[in-house]
Design a protein around this ligand. Structure first.
Ligand code: ADP
Length: 447
């Protein structure tokens, strides 16, 4: 016997579970409305068989079954329609009105508020509280209670204990169900906020991870570049010294080779110094001085070391510096290194014309501009020249010997001083590199 029942019970359970959960594509907003369909089936199944035992007059019994039949049809239609027009049911207004009307009809046919049918009212108020919370649920409850009271007054009965009980518990149930709803909403909101916070954290983590990956890649590239750049001068130093060792006839050739070795050693030293500078600045290990700097004398010093180099060329030099300038703060040696580097680049990349060094004050900023009438830099390369080991332009012919680190160091030093290194350049016409630095704080306050 049990053997036959078990599979039937199992498939029944499966069917009930499937009905309770509803179709897989049911929108989340309709979950409760869908569950209420099952609740209605349970109500219909309970009331249907119970009706004959309630000693109702025959016409009332017939009316009650008619309402039940209508309720069945209504539930079938709601179930069918909800899957096709979910928007119609999401608010729950339609079903709330229909449920209430059906239940009130059932209560009045079944003998009014004093009959067992009054329990049905609890399901209505609870479902309204679940859908809309305190306000509407209490309104519905008060509607029932006053309907009950009106019935009492019309039939000239005085409010009795059952009336007080029913009304009281209807109110309590409404309050509790509404409270439960508010708790659920709060929990849902908290959960949603937590989820959003987690999503934000996850996004931040992904970004940090990406940054670490690219940092790692940059480090690897940097190492590869440094090794490559070191190898070139080392190779020529080794080759020329080996030749020199076995070659001791011609003194001129010897001198020429020694000259090459010396130049390559210089280049090696410059490269090692630049690499040290970059790594020290970017790892935060650079020792910076923090002093008040007189810009006029800083520029003057740069000019004095630069003009002897320029004298060896055909280039003109123009200096435009006001007699007085507001002080800035920072490391004078490092800033001098920046200006010196820019002047050197200007000289390296200009075959004829003028190199100019100009200083001007604009509001709370000082602009130190180094311009040349040289080869210029294509717009597409202007951001790249500040990257490590980037040398642009015609790299095959006449590539000037440099490390490709100079502008990186310049930009880092200027950035450390709270400023910006900007570039304005047109190929064939020349370039202007402008150092923009903030005026010393106290000076700004005084202004
Ligand atoms: P390098 O030691 O090679 O000069 P930099 O970082 O100082 O390294 O410069 C990077 C590249 O930027 C140079 O190789 C050159 O292609 C370009 N550049 C820099 N300054 C100028 C300039 N004044 N005119 C034209 N090109 C320049």
């Amino acid at each position: 016997m049990l053997r036959h029942i078990r599979p039937i019970w199992a498939s029944l359970k499966r069917a009930i579970r499937a009905e309770w959960h509803g179709p897989a594509d049911l929108p989340g907003s309709l979950t409760m409305e869908w569950r209420l369909i099952t609740a209605r089936w349970v109500g219909i199944l309970i009331v249907g068989p119970a009706l004959p035992f309630l000693n109702l007059p025959l016409d009332h019994l017939a009316a009650a079954y008619a309402i039940l039949l209508f309720a069945t049809a209504y539930n079938v239609i709601v179930r069918w329609w909800m899957q096709r027009r979910p928007d119609l049911f999401a608010s729950g207004y339609v079903t709330t009105v229909c449920d209430s009307l059906l239940n009130i009809a059932m209560v009045s046919v079944g003998g009014g508020f004093n009959s067992p049918f009054s329990y049905i009212l609890f399901t209505v108020t609870i479902s309204v509280a679940m859908r809309y919370g305190y306000g509407p649920a209490m309104a519905m409850t008060l509607l029932f209670v006053s309907g009950d009271g009106m019935e009492k007054i019309l039939t000239r009965q005085s409010p009795d204990v059952p009336f007080a009980f029913l009304s009281g518990f209807l109110v309590i149930t409404t309050l509790l169900a509404s409270y439960l709803r508010s708790l659920t909403i709060k929990a849902e909101v908290a959960l949603h906020e937590r989820l959003q916070e987690l999503q934000r954290l996850y996004a931040d983590l992904a970004v940090a991870h990406q940054e670490l990956l690219s940092l790692d890649e940059a480090k690897t590239n940097f190492l590869a570049n440094v090794s490559h750049e070191l190898r070139t001068p080392l190779t020529s130093i080794r080759a020329f010294s080996e030749i020199l060792l076995s070659y001791n006839d011609d003194e001129d050739v010897q001198r020429e080779f020694l000259g090459i070795i010396s130049a390559e050693s210089d280049r090696l030293t410059r490269l090692v110094n630049d690499v040290l500078d970059v790594t020290k600045i970017e790892s935060g290990k650079m020792d910076w001085r923090d002093e008040r700097i007189d810009l006029v004398s800083l520029v003057d010093q740069c000019t004095r070391t630069f003009t002897p180099l320029l004298d060896q060329t055909e280039l003109d030099f123009r200096l435009e510096v006001p007699a007085t300038l507001p002080p800035i703060t920072g490391d004078a040696d490092r800033l001098q290194q920046v200006i010196h580097n820019l002047l050197n680049n200007a000289m390296k990349f200009t075959s004829d014309g003028t190199i100019a060094l100009g200083v001007s004050v604009r509001g709370e900023w000082v602009h130190i501009a180094v311009s040349d009438t040289g080869v210029g830099i294509a717009a597409s390369d202007q951001e790249r020249v500040f990257e490590k080991f980037q040398q642009v332009g015609d790299t095959l012919t006449g590539k000037p010997k440099g490390t490709g680190l100079g502008l990186t160091i310049c930009r880092d030093i200027v950035a450390y001083h709270g400023g910006q290194l900007m570039l304005d350049s047109y190929p064939g016409q020349g370039s202007t590199f402008t150092i923009v630095l903030p005026v010393a704080r106290t000076e700004r306050l005084a202004a």
